[in-house]
Design a protein around this ligand. Structure first.
Ligand code: OGA
Ligand code: MN
Length: 206
């Protein structure tokens, strides 16, 4: 994160803990708790099938399960480390389970809403135990800050892999999934979310 503004960790969460989170995600799905994901914020929010086709279930602070608590504790350690090393002023985390069913994708985008600056770091944990090449659903992350072309990484959404990157700088997309693909996706936000406040940038290093 410090050098490039993005990072991938292969075994961030143990298999047992990841499997429990996956079971919870599956249970939410069975109960019909997932909703089609939207694009935009507040009153601007709309369902755009041509942009994204995943379904989401937001984590609720009032209903944190034991499974979620393990991961949230891990994220808290990450948050403090990022603040200490990079002075990001990360204040809180918001996140959701996401399910991409067969054929679902998410076209290239940045994770910061237009006119806001409050999502600073994206963190995604993948929950797909038997992911194999050919299953699709890779995260394509362009690795030059601000660019939607040139060098990129293709990140396999394997169980226990965590990817994080600066939310407003790195363009990314989810390639079409050929098998159901699950994750916990979320964002560390700063306290005020004011646009124009100087922030850590991968391109300038400040
Ligand atoms: C998102 C997103 C990527 C992924 O939800 O904003 O870009 O790999 N997800 O799930
Ligand atoms: Mn995104």
């Amino acid at each position: 994160m410090e050098k490039r503004g993005w990072a991938v960790m292969r075994e961030c969460l143990g298999v047992e803990d990841s499997l429990r989170l996956r079971s919870e995600c599956e249970a939410g799905c069975r109960e019909g708790a997932f909703r089609r994901a939207g694009v935009g914020k507040g009153t601007q929010r709309m369902i755009h099938e041509e942009i994204r086709r995943d379904e989401v279930l937001w984590l609720q602070a009032s209903e944190t399960s034991v499974e979620q608590a393990v991961y949230l504790a891990w994220l808290e350690t990450l948050r403090l480390a990022l603040n200490q090393r990079l002075f990001l002023g990360l204040f809180e985390f918001e996140g959701h389970f996401a399910i991409y069913s067969e054929g679902a994708f998410y076209k290239p985008h940045l994770d910061r809403h237009r006119g806001t600056g409050d999502r600073i770091v994206t963190a995604i944990l993948y929950l797909n135990p038997n992911w194999a090449p050919g299953d699709g659903g890779e995260l394509k992350l362009w690795t030059t800050s601000g660019e939607k072309e040139g060098a990129f990484e293709l990140i396999e959404p394997r169980m226990g892999t965590l990817v994080c990157f600066l939310a407003g700088e790195f363009w990314h997309e989810v390639l079409p999934a050929h098998k159901t693909r699950m994750s916990v996706t979320g964002w560390f936000r700063d306290r005020n979310g004011l646009p124009g406040v100087p922030r850590y940038s991968a391109s300038t290093g400040i």
